[in-house]
Design a protein around this ligand. Sequence first.
Ligand SMILES: N[C@@H](CCC[C@H](N)C(=O)O)C(=O)O
Length: 277
Amino acid sequence: MKFTKMHGAGNDYVYVNCFEEQLPQDIPALAREVSDRHTGIGGDGLILICPSEQGDARMRMFNADGSESEMCGNGIRCVAKYVFDHDIARKEELKIETGAGVLTLQVFAEDGLADRVRVNMGKPILNGPDIPTTLEGAPPLKAPLEVGGKTLEVTCISMGNPHCITFVDEVTDEWVHGIGPQIEVHPAFPNRVNAEFIQIVSRSEMIMRVWERGSGETQACGTGACASAVAAVLNGLTDRTVLCHLPGGDLTLEWAESGEVYMTGPATEVFHGEWAS
Ligand SMILES: N[C@@H](CCC[C@H](N)C(=O)O)C(=O)O
């Protein structure tokens, strides 16, 4: 099976071109094997680039634990780069089908290769049961959540996949590794959840670290950054356009007056290979 290793702001996945490659039946097991950083290729998960009847390609994404997610913000920028660079559809405006619907992307190319992508991520889902969470509100805003002996005030938003955002004075390992895994499996989230920790720098800048559902801490999370930008506006902490600093790089988020969220960021190809097992 041929694969390509790519990352978006350090959020790295193994990509397989399913226009050409045949996959084993057990895709969750394949995702776990290729993602292993010691015995596999190494990555935050596996992303399949598949034919689509509704767009130029369809993305399927699997976390490192083999669970499938509806959406991946950093992944979809890399899928767009692959589709553009490898001539599956060499268009500056692409449509990619995801578990969260068909999204429109704008590709910015340098010397014939895509290097930045702007994604219309659609409207955030704010209704608690649709996120899903049992916390009340649309969205749950400053909702009390008992975790590790503390009562956190969290905001919950779905960008097709679920996010639980906590604003903190300083984003520390204790938040990400101590509290993050407990939020991921908290009973308030029936499908588990991605946990973001946000430090506000100014009305237009924030720092984020994430504990991702199914993958643990990653260097960036595109859907998480979008959800956090929406949460920051709803909590009165930032303006509608914000630069988000993540351990692996920066993303620009804009929550437009139309209600749609736009994310702009890098997409990088690292190497190709062949998976033997
Ligand atoms: N890193 C991704 C999100 C990947 C899926 C997530 N862990 C989930 O289970 O929902 C991103 O860039 O959005």
